[in-house]
Design a binder for this molecule. Structure first.
Ligand code: NAP
Length: 310
């Protein structure tokens, strides 16, 4: 007997990423039930036709698949296994899809706990930033049972464009950490390229417009460098979240006895951004640390804003 297509999707975590991803599920015609810790953030989704729930448990009671996209491993554990957690409301056969970026090891343990209740878990972290979440063009890397993955594919297709099953439970998070290592180094590459151009006195826009199209091209150059030139340090991806991801990557690397020299350097530069009060800035604020190190100023520098020295 073929299993019925999943129509009822629960959604937990309506932050920068989650609110757009949930909106895309509503637009694709899924029957969506949402919950967010800060209840006011549910309002725009309710206006689009989603139902609101009073707890993660209530989300699971109303859903065949439950998506979580919160912050870190402890937060996923809280919304799944806390007193009003989704695990308590999930029926056998329900699929939990965690799309946060968290520890691969903790993911495997949570999947085992859910399996004891005959609840499936896929880890399905994403990349593509706030822009990809809004446009429904995320890349999604999925770990877990392949049959369950195939059943959930229409859900992923409503939110993303490049969707790959990468292996068993935890493999999605491992691939996401590979992604974050590369993202971190592209961020530094963007910052040092801009620093070099600023100090040498060439036109920053012209430099960008030509190098973007060649071998130096990257997502960071296309999406973050223009924000730097506009003096826009609002977060697509917050410094504190990038630091979470680099901590996860460095912890996993330490467990394998693998030195990650460049990644550690980016972590230290972003720590300087944090020391100057930039936890909630977008990661493009790495240029402000480079400005301090190199004693130069880009136009529209974040350092021109008043800052609390932490
Ligand atoms: P965000 O804007 O800070 O949103 C975090 C969400 O998680 C909020 O809805 C928050 O609720 C909720 N939350 C956090 N801890 C919770 C807890 N203990 N219990 C219940 N709810 C909790 O972050 P984001 O940028 O959307 O990122 C979410 C996840 O996606 C992170 O794992 C991040 O690493 C990953 N990610 C982000 C990006 C990006 O570009 N932003 C890209 C790829 C992956 P409140 O509203 O109550 O605070």
């Amino acid at each position: 007997m073929t299993e019925q297509a999943i129509r009822k999707v629960g959604f937990i975590g309506l932050g920068i990423m989650g609110r757009s991803m949930a909106a895309n599920l509503v637009k694709a015609g899924f029957d969506v039930t949402v919950w967010n810790r800060t209840a006011a953030r549910m309002q725009p989704l309710l206006e689009m036709g989603a139902r609101g729930a009073s707890s993660p448990r209530a989300v699971a009671e109303a859903s065949e698949a439950v998506i979580t996209i919160v912050t870190d491993s402890d937060d996923v554990e809280q919304v799944l296994f806390g007193p009003e957690g989704a695990a308590h409301g999930a029926r056998p056969g329900t699929v939990v899809i965690d799309m946060s970026t968290i520890s691969p090891e903790r993911t495997r343990r949570m999947a085992e706990r859910l399996a004891e209740k005959d609840v499936h878990m896929l880890d399905a972290p994403v990349t593509g930033g706030d822009v990809g979440a809004r446009d429904g063009t995320l890349s999604i890397m999925v770990g877990g049972d392949e049959g369950v993955f195939r059943r959930c594919l229409p859900i992923f297709e409503a939110m993303g464009r490049h969707i790959v099953h990468v292996g068993p439970s935890g493999a999605g998070q491992t691939v996401k950490l590979c992604n974050q290592v590369i993202v971190a180094l592209n961020l530094l590459a963007m910052g040092e390229g801009l620093a070099f151009a600023a100090k040498a006195g060439v036109d920053l826009e012209k430099m960008l417009s030509v190098v973007q199209k060649g071998a130096a091209g990257s997502w960071a150059l296309d999406n973050l460098a223009p924000r730097v030139l506009r003096g826009d340090y609002a977060p697509g991806f917050m410094v504190k979240l990038q630091q979470k991801d680099l901590r996860l990557a460095l912890e996993a690397a330490a467990g394998m006895n693998l030195p990650l020299l460049g990644t550690s350097l980016v972590q230290q530069l972003l720590r300087s951004v944090q020391a100057y009060g930039g936890d909630d800035d977008g990661t493009q604020a790495i240029v402000t640390a480079l400005e301090r190190v190199g004693n130069f100023r880009l136009r529209g520098s974040a350092d021109e804003r008043p800052r609390e020295n932490k």
